[in-house]
Design a protein around this ligand. Sequence first.
Ligand code: HEC
Ligand code: HEC
Length: 264
Amino acid sequence: MRAGLRWATGITLVLVALGGVGVGAGVAAHEIGDPENGGRLFVENCAVCHGVDGKGRFGANLNDFPGIAIDAALVETIRNGIPGTRMPGWGQEAGGPLSENDIEDLTAYILVALGGTEPLAPLPTYQPEPVVAPPGIPGDAAAGSLVYQANCTVCHGAQGQGGIGGKLARSWPGNDPAAYVVGVVSDGIPGSTMPAWLQARGGPLTETEIADVGAYVLALRPAAGIAAPTPAPDGPLSRGLSLTLLALAGVLLAGGLLWYYRRA
Ligand code: HEC
Ligand code: HEC
C-alpha cells in the first residue's frame, strides 16, 4: 500500500515535471517565432521601405535601434504601425494583411538576423509580364511592371486590387490621367503611408522609373480586363468534406463492431 502510494507520487512528480518542460518549451518557441518565415515576410512586406538589409530606404534603420531588444514593443510597432508616419499597421486589427503568427515570425527575424548581418532571404527576382499600355502614354509599361512589383505590390496588391493602399485598377480623374498618376507617385500623399518615390523628393526611383510605373498603373484600368483575384473557396468546403468522411467512417466502424459482437 505504502509502496504503491510512493510509486504513484513518483509517477505524478515525473509527469508534472515533464508537463512543465513541455509548457516551458511551448512558451519559448511561441515567443521566438520562426525567423525563416519572418525573413520571407520581411522581403515581401518591409524591404520596400526598410531595405532588404534593414538599413533603411524610406523607413528607419532596423539594424540598431535601441529599443529593439524589447520584443513586446517591436511586436506592438509592427502590429499597429506608427501613427502620423509612413509606417503602416500590419496586424489584421489595424487593417493590415499579417496574422499574429506572421508578426511573431517577423519579430524573430528582425531580432535574430538584422543585427548588422546579412539578411536571410534574398530579394525575389521578378519576370516582366506582358502589358499593353493605353496609347499615347509616356513610359514603358512592361518595364514599369518590374518597378511596380518591387515597390508597390506590397500596398496596392499584385493586380492593383488594393490593400494597405487604394485600388489602382480603375479609371482616373481629369483629362491627363498620366500626369496625375506620375505626380502622385513622385510626391506621395502627405499624411498617408503613400511615400514620395521620386529621388528628388527623397525616394528611390528615377524619373524614367516613375514614368514606366505610371504607364503600368494606367494599364491596370478595369477596362484592360484585369479583375481582382477571387479567393478559391476550397478551405471550409474541403474541411466539411473530410468531416463528413470521418463521420461516415465512424458509423461504419460502429456498425461493424455491433455486427461482430452480436454474432459472437
Ligand atoms: C511605407 C514604408 C514602410 C513599410 C512598408 C514598413 N515600414 Fe516600418 N517604418 C517606416 C518608417 C517611416 C518608420 C519610422 C517612423 C518614425 O518616424 O518613427 C518605421 C519604423 C519601424 C519600426 C520602428 C523603428 C524604430 O526605430 O523605432 C519597426 C520595428 C518597423 N518599422 C518594422 C517594420 C516591419 C516589420 C515592416 C514590414 C511588416 C515595416 N516596418 C514596413 C516605414 C515603413
Ligand atoms: C506603404 C504603402 C504604399 C506603397 C508601398 C505604395 N503606395 Fe500608393 N498609396 C498608398 C496609400 C495608403 C494611398 C492612398 C492615400 C490616401 O488616399 O489617403 C496610395 C495612393 C496611391 C495613388 C493615388 C490613388 C488615388 O486614388 O488617387 C497612386 C497612383 C499610387 N498610390 C501609386 C503607387 C505606386 C505606383 C507605388 C509604387 C511605386 C505605390 N503607390 C506604393 C500606399 C502605398
